[in-house]
Design a binder for this molecule. Structure first.
Ligand code: MOS
Length: 719
């Protein structure tokens, strides 16, 4: 069963509409809550008049900073105290803080455009929207802030200020690159916007939620409500995409619970697309300087990566763009630094390979520029600088088949293996270009627990709080059980995404597979031990399967707990996944049209548990990357800093017609020093490097270098 391309178990439920999402829940008496967004970028509310709105039909409540206390919603100072308590330290000026320190409705101050200034609770969406429009606010406007840069300490498991090796004395440098690269503000745009339906019953609340981690939401909301965690149950069996937007906890989740408690009725708080741009995080814009120096063979003498990244006035996630520069290549001198400024903008959050995604655009484009200067095959340049051990952590890799990714990907693509002159390839009067880039992502694992039980004579139940955010988690859980117990996968039932079930970590940082599957293996072994005690395999004859032996035992109900502590088998190794992207683009200069024609990507992610779903996950990453290269961009009004492209009309993402033929290869070597299955995660690694591979292919096609994303189609017109 491990490695089999089992179809996604929930595919039919999803495509037929049987799958029930957080905003599909309609308990009796349900009220709907919608937020009003501030129209100024910085300032204060001088007066807020809700009298007219309150008198409108269908209105159950209107919450503003003036009455939020009545609903139990925390004041600014309470919210700060709570956050500090959760972090175990005062973290208000610590850029490493990932919690949403800022909460709406705590005071009159406006910290960013789009900040929620009122919430209307009504019986229908229409009544709620009508009342929102009737609220009158008088603002005092201030100048938006921008602080001096902060030099953050270690963040996201990496040094943000770092130097390795002796300074380069300039001798033996045959070529150098020193350029600035820019990536725009990007929105996660999961298909399902965030929503929380809160239902109180008997002193406890159930949240039907759309989240990547049910336990994180439970703990946070319980603190906010000032109730014990066991009074809060969070249920999220289906999640329509997250990509990081549902990784941390946002105000609507606690707000829904507070409103429902106060009103004594179920309340659903639903984010609109425009809310999603300001109230559930986003990827900030970045500006990155890369300096590379190399000798005539292409050996790197210097790799310098300086990232200028913003964050919000409160909160503090920023893009750690230099993460791959720390570890991916063997350079004599490596310098990585990050400068973070605080601005009057909404709180950003992790977004699919945070750091690596914008960082790899800069690094992998600069490497292409260096190869071009040296008139060298860009693939050969990467191979020359391949790190045979992790130079940053100074440890051996647990398993690293990046070189095979290069060679097998290149072979499948038909990579020429030499320097190709820009503008030298054409087809049907159009320019053709080839480009490539490397990708890498860490392979972490955390503690996880599952429960297994027999459920009737031929049915096995697996329970865990792990969520499936579209990755295929549910399917690989069932596969692992079937594999370990040698039973048919269709006899395995999965119950998951519920905080009342054994705790698994939040689905983020590509860690679910390596965290949860070892716990499943552990639970299956315990179940088999139990069965062995009842019916030793040899007395049964040796040929009977799990269910046959269970029947011989009289079909008792067997239950086991499975656990994994997340620790790798060998802690002295460095755990990463790797990959190489190869892109072919076609450019029609007469009309300025760019087409990505072919994409081949080869990955080393340890053992692949399900080839079909793993390839799907990578296809999703490459699709994201094509959007990043050519289409995706949000922006702000220059003075008010209001987010302009906060909807799917103005924020372009790729459609099927934009998709090339994509081929995904896996170099499969089980990473047995990570866990018993040898499987590493692959949620994020598909995205980093894609935009660089496309930009590099465009340079090869046209001779024009693009250092700012997205690459405008008009830039490809002949001049
Ligand atoms: Mo992911 S950006 O770690 O949810």
């Amino acid at each position: 069963m491990i490695s089999a391309s089992v179809d996604r178990l929930d595919a039919w439920d999803k495509v037929t509409g049987r799958a029930v999402y957080a905003a599909d829940r309609g308990p009796d008496g349900l009220l709907l809550a919608f937020a009003l967004r501030a129209t100024v970028g910085r300032g204060a509310i001088k007066a807020i008049d809700v009298a007219a709105a309150r008198g409108m039909p269908g209105i159950a409540a209107i919450v503003t900073h003036e009455n939020a206390g009545e609903f139990g919603w925390l004041s600014d100072s309470d919210a700060d105290a709570l956050s500090a308590e959760m972090l175990g330290r005062s973290a208000l000026n610590d850029p490493a803080t990932q919690l949403p320190m800022y909460r709406p409705l705590c005071g009159a101050e406006i910290l960013f455009a789009g900040q929620w200034v009122a919430v209307v609770v009504a019986t229908t969406i229409e009544f709620a929207r009508a009342a929102l429009a009737a609220i009158v606010i008088d603002y005092e406007e201030w100048q938006p802030d921008e602080t001096a840069p902060i030099l953050p300490g270690p963040f996201f498991a990496g040094d943000m200020q770092y130097v390795r090796g002796a300074p380069c004395n300039g001798s033996d440098v045959a070529s150098s690159v020193c350029e600035t690269y820019a990536t725009p503000m990007q929105l996660h745009q999961p298909m399902e916007p965030s929503a929380t339906t809160a239902v109180w019953d008997d002193g406890g609340v159930t949240l039907y939620d759309s989240t990547q981690g049910v336990h994180a939401v439970r703990n946070y909301v319980a603190r906010s409500l000032r109730v014990q965690p066991d009074r809060v149950r969070v249920i999220a069996p289906f999640v329509g995409g997250g990509f990081g937007a549902k990784n941390q906890v946002w105000p609507h989740q606690a707000l829904a619970a507070h409103l429902a408690r106060h009103l004594g009725r179920p309340v659903r708080m639903q984010l609109t697309r425009a809310d999603m741009a300001v109230a559930s995080g986003y990827r900030t814009e970045t500006s990155q300087e890369i300096a590379l120096q190399a000798n005539s063979q292409g050996h790197l003498k210097l790799l310098r990566h300086v990232s200028h990244v913003p964050t919000s006035l409160r909160g503090g996630f920023f893009e750690p763009c230099g993460l791959n520069s720390l570890m991916l290549y063997e350079a004599e001198r490596v310098e990585v630094s990050h400068l973070v400024t605080r601005r009057s903008v909404a709180t950003p959050t992790p977004f699919r390979a945070p750091g690596e995604t914008p960082g790899s655009f800069a690094l992998e484009t600069a490497l292409d520029e260096l190869a071009s200067n040296l008139r060298m095959d860009p693939l050969q340049l990467r191979i020359r600088n391949h790190a045979s051990r992790d130079p940053y952590h100074d440890r051996p890799w647990s398993s690293n088949n990046l070189l095979q990714c290069y060679t097998q990907g290149a072979e499948r693509f038909g990579w020429p293996g030499r320097f190709i002159e820009p503008r030298s390839m054409t087809r049907d009067g159009r320019l053709i270009g080839y480009g490539m880039a490397t990708t890498a992502y860490p392979a972490p694992a955390l503690a996880a627990a599952v429960r297994l039980s027999t459920d009737g004579p031929r049915r096995l139940l697996l329970e865990t709080s792990a969520t499936d955010i579209g990755t295929g988690m549910r399917t690989i859980l069932a596969q692992t059980v079937a594999d370990q117990l040698l039973i048919d996968v269709s006899t395995v039932e999965i119950r998951h995404g519920d905080s009342n079930l054994p705790e698994a970590p939040t689905a983020g940082r590509s860690k679910s597979t390596a965290s949860v599957l070892p716990a499943v293996v552990d639970g299956c072994r315990a179940l088999l031990d139990e069965l062995d005690r009842l019916v030793p395999a040899r007395t049964a004859g040796g040929n009977e399967g799990f269910y046959e032996r269970l029947e011989i035992a009289g079909a008792p109900r067997l239950v086991s707990e499975g656990r994994s502590d997340g620790a790798p088998t060998d802690r002295n190794l460095s755990f990463y996944s790797f990959g190489a992207h190869f892109a072919e683009v076609e450019v029609d200069e007469a009309i300025g049209q760019i087409r990505v024609r072919r994409f081949v990507s080869a990955f080393d992610c340890g053992r692949i548990v399900n080839h079909k779903l793993a390839a799907s996950q990578i296809l999703g990453g490459i699709t994201f990357g094509i959007g990043m290269a050519l289409l995706e961009e949000s922006n702000r009004h220059p003075s008010s800093l209001r987010v302009l492209a906060d909807n799917l009309a103005d924020y372009a993402i790729p459609v099927n017609a934009d998709m090339p033929d994509i081929e995904v290869l896996f170099i499969e070597e089980p990473d047995n020093s990570l866990n018993a299955l040898g499987a590493r995660g692959l949620g994020e690694i598909g995205l980093p490097g894609v935009a660089a591979a496309i930009g590099n292919a465009l340079f090869n096609a046209t001779g024009r270098r693009h250092r700012s994303l997205p690459i405008p189609l008009s830039a490809q017109h002949a001049n």
